[in-house]
Write a protein that binds this ligand. Structure first.
Ligand SMILES: [Zn+2]
Length: 451
């Protein structure tokens, strides 16, 4: 499995540093609002990445942080007049529901920043002790970028053409204004009730320190893989490297991967341009999570994705075509032509997650199945869907139900014909206890495996 490493700017083999588990950190959402589809492009890319690692027989330990204290969450909570925790809980819950809508596999750990303040204070203390961070007149603690020789290695910054030295309290700044950045921010009146005691007085952590502290807590001082949107590369990820490596003296992360921007109808998404969509906005317009997922993953992650309603229409048609074909597929030994398509598929996903090419292999399989019949092809569709996560196996699942479940279904059908509803319900419960869900419709009963 080869991936593009942003740090070396080369394609490299991805294999775990230790054992068979890839340790992966993903910058998660700032929970001050509902996440938009640009955010979800990055989370969908990370889902494809983790599924591809698993497709190759490796395990994944993924940590995704929840930024529940920063300028935006504090502003939101204080202007709503509610405690910070209450304010962010709404958006944390919404985020997890949205991940489900998009069929994104859950990470192993979702650490919240507010639950890890002591770890962040420890890390800042280490940097102060080493003389790499200092307390300024305003009571905040800053990282001295000149004291860490590796600063700029991820973003490839050439310091000779920079004016540096200014201090920057804000969490985000651009490459032209590299300055010392805040690790700990002194309490200000606008913070209201939000704040924690520290060796430098009351305050709160900067955004960058949270990811260094929490990733190392759950994944170790050196780990395999760190991902995020391209927006996070500088300064956020550059600063994560500086904080971690200056404190430990060890390499922080082996492989960095970044996904490109999403545009809507060819333009940058913005509220003022009227092309700003949360996932919920699209679901309210009648699009399914599966259709939205299809569009989000069906472009190479390192190229810009243009999100357009035409693409959702195309996704709906494409998925219907796949569904109709999968209905014809059955279990058993796959024919050679289907195995070849699976090989094409594997080669595509292992070539830096080339999902458009992987979909081409899937559609070739659909075309051939339609022409040659679906005997033995179901397993190939299922294997491809371990990565894609968009195929509906509802109908096929019915044919897969074991004989004892089919016998119970038959009995239940008889009971219903005899209008013996109590017996029908009893059989439904018995089937459910065995792990299968019965649905009744005009066409009769269907059964699917409990997820
Ligand atoms: Zn981060």
């Amino acid at each position: 499995m080869k991936v593009h490493n942003s740090l070396t700017r080369q394609e490299e083999e991805l294999s775990p540093l230790e054992g068979n588990t890839v340790r992966m950190y993903t910058c998660g959402p700032t929970v001050y609002n509902f996440a938009h589809i640009g955010n979800f492009r990055a989370y969908a890319f990370e889902d494809i990445l983790r599924r591809t690692i698993e497709f190759n027989g490796m395990k994944v330990r993924q940590v995704m942080n929840l930024t529940d204290v920063d300028d935006k969450t504090i502003r939101g909570a204080n202007s709503a007049g509610v405690p910070l925790d209450d304010y962010t809980k709404t958006y944390k819950d919404a985020f997890f529901a949205d991940l489900k809508t998009l069929n994104i596999e859950p990470a192993e750990v979702y650490p919240a920043a507010t639950a890890h303040i002591p770890e962040m204070i420890d890390l800042v203390s280490k940097l102060v002790e080493k003389g790499i961070a200092y307390k300024s007149d305003d009571g905040s603690v800053y990282f001295n970028v000149r004291a860490f020789p590796g600063y700029g290695k991820l973003a490839h910054i050439d310091f000779d053409h920079q004016q540096t030295g200014a201090r920057c309290a804000a969490d985000e700044y651009d490459k032209e204004n590299v300055g010392d950045f805040a690790l700990w921010k002194a309490w200000e009146e606008s913070d209201g009730p939000v704040g924690w005691d520290s060796p430098w007085g009351r305050g709160r952590p900067g955004w960058h320190i949270e990811c260094s502290a929490m990733s190392m807590k759950y994944l170790g001082e050196t780990f395999d893989l760190h991902t995020g949107g391209i927006d996070n590369l500088f300064p956020h990820h550059e600063n994560e490297i500086a904080q971690a490596e200056a404190a430990t003296g060890k390499p922080f992360v082996k492989t960095w991967m970044h996904c490109a921007h999403l545009r809507v109808n060819g333009e940058k998404m913005s509220k003022s341009a009227g092309n700003f969509f949360t996932l919920r906005d699209l679901v309210a317009k009648g699009w399914t999570g599966r259709e939205i997922r299809y569009v989000l993953i069906n472009a190479h992650y390192r190229t810009g994705l243009n999100f357009a309603f035409d693409a959702l229409e195309d996704a709906r048609k494409a998925l219907a075509r796949i569904d109709a074909c999968v209905e014809k597929a059955t279990d058993g030994e796959a024919p050679d032509w289907a195995k070849s398509r699976l090989e094409d598929f594997a080669a595509a996903v292992n070539d830096d997650l080339n999902i458009p090419k992987a979909f081409a292999a899937l559609f070739e399989l659909v075309r051939e199945t339609n022409a040659k019949g679906g005997a033995g092809v179901l397993g190939v569709f299922k294997r491809m869907d371990e990565v894609l996560g968009v195929i509906f196996f509802g109908k096929a699942e019915k044919e897969e139900a074991p004989a004892e479940i089919l016998a119970l279904l038959e009995k239940r059908s008889e009971a219903r014909k005899a209008k013996n509803w109590a017996e029908s319900d009893r059989l439904r419960d018995e089937i459910a206890a065995a792990g299968w869900i019965v649905k009744d419709s005009r066409e009769g009963q269907t059964v699917s495996k409990k997820q």
